[in-house]
Design a protein. Structure first.
Length: 123
């Protein structure tokens, strides 16, 4: 699941994950929608923008962790703010990793696999 309010980022991530990574994707522009849909779709991983309107990435991961249906879904944050202090805060919230923006579309799927520990076929 790719969650970002920027249409261009969602499009690039979607193409990178589907076409290069061979993954099935769900792309959303709203964190609130992602919280609801994650509970029913149970994605293998959520790629989540930190800076979102209404409900930011930090609030989103807190809600995901509170729901037993989504608590175990790995979350990887995407952000332009990838300084050590932020990385530590994101890890404390339960993120398995951070991908800095701008990201390399050609290596996005492999980077997520590395962070989440996915081996073999794409999710």
């Amino acid at each position: 699941m790719v969650v970002d309010d920027d249409d261009d980022i969602r499009t690039i991530a979607d193409l990178a994950l589907r076409e290069i990574g061979g993954w099935q994707t769900i792309c959303l522009g709203s964190s609130r929608a992602a919280v609801l849909l994650a509970a029913t779709e149970r994605p293998d991983v959520i790629l989540l923008d930190v800076m979102m309107p209404e409900l930011d990435g930090q609030g989103t991961i807190k809600r995901l962790r509170e729901d037993p249906r989504t608590a175990g879904i790995p979350v990887v944050f995407m952000t332009a703010k990838a300084q050590p202090a932020e990385l530590a805060r994101y890890a404390a919230l339960g993120a398995v990793g951070v991908i800095a923006k701008p990201f390399d579309p050609l290596g996005l799927a492999d980077e997520i696999r590395r962070l989440v520990g996915i081996h073999g076929d794409p999710p």
